[in-house]
Design a protein around this ligand. Sequence first.
Ligand code: SF4
Length: 226
Amino acid sequence: MAKKAIKKFKVVREEAAKRVEKILPILKKLYPGATVALKFGNPLELLIATILSAQCTDKRVNMITPALFAKYKSAQDWAKAKLEIIENDIRSTGFYHNKAVSIKGASQTIIEKFKGRVPETMDELVTLPGVGRKTANCVLGNAFGQPAIMCDTHVIRLSRRLQLSENPDPVKLEFDLAEIIPKKDWTVFCHLLILHGRNVCAARKPDCGRCAISKHCPSAFKPELW
Ligand code: SF4
């Protein structure tokens, strides 16, 4: 199938900020208590679960993490485990070789550079093997309670349909969103977009007729903009 052309439009930041102001309370009411779907008990577990969630559903990750976290309780446990054993334990999440390399490498770095504790800053987190800004933001926002913008596939798609940014690149999008979303709402805004993307504004066929924010959405009922 031919790749869909990226729609071009120009975002006026002030207008995008006003749109955020209007849709935030509606989405907060629609999805009270919106939070990360991955199950975790501490920052290390969330870091591992987030690495596992790449190209995999949160549901599938949540199916294997209880047994995984009972077996591997610390960065030391992951670091000393044989790669093939980790691969076998995480196989069902897909891309298990790369994920095992990332998990083992990140755990080794956490021990060597951060005294066995997951670091709490973006600059330090992205020094861990296999950890990019998306994973780092997920850990900062959900395990450490810091305002963080997680640009996953839903956040990228909805931000463009809502014309909050014209940038499909996740890092540029992250910085655009940071300018127009109140900082205290960064993390929750992403959870709200993820939930709305899963429930209503699907990739192939957004359900604009059932969408609570349609009157504020420049792409509502306009397939040419999806
Ligand atoms: S109106 Fe349609 S395109 Fe806009 S956010 Fe709602 S479902 Fe998505």
